[in-house]
Design a protein. Sequence first.
Length: 220
Amino acid sequence: MATAHMAADRTDGRYLKGTPIGASILAGFIASLCCGGSLVFGSIGLGAFYSALGLSHYIPQALAIGAFVIAGINYLFYRRLAKDSSSSSQALRRTMLVSAGLGLVAMAAGFIFMEWLNHGVVRADHFLVRPEYKQGLITGVPNISLLYVGATFFALALLWALPFPASRSAGVRDRNRAVAAMRMAIFGAMAILVAAVALDAVSKSEVAGAAAGGQHGHNH
């Protein structure tokens, strides 16, 4: 009976909620516009405004923010649900990972599609002369961009490592030294990734500032 109940918890679709899934997909879609958004905004006459933002230079930062937002939406929603209901905490935790995974998949699919459409179809004559766009695994999508997309799924490991309401038996397991060490390793890796993304953003801002200053001086 206990085994059957655990299996039901593991597969019960009642734990999947539309609110976090919808919010995750929306957040993922917005983050995916960091590059191909020029097509969307251009179609409504805001192409110049989008270009002025320079978001295409901050792809890893935009994707990282999207991943954190998706993880945060699902963590806050399902953690509160686990506290306020009598549902299986472990089943809710598994469902939280599934829900966040759907948002990350939506972001990845949207980003890759927009990159391909923008660089490999609409503006192919401009971008496909460059090796990184022509010779990638997906035409029009540089392999480094695919690496950035793949890295966003590390958010699932972060969700697993975050504290979550659990039954007593689960709490005993969570105190296991191996599990604790794994969680610390995940937090450490996440800190390194965040620092790398932040340093990349700073370096790009400095380059952009220097370029703008040089152009201003040239104009004078």
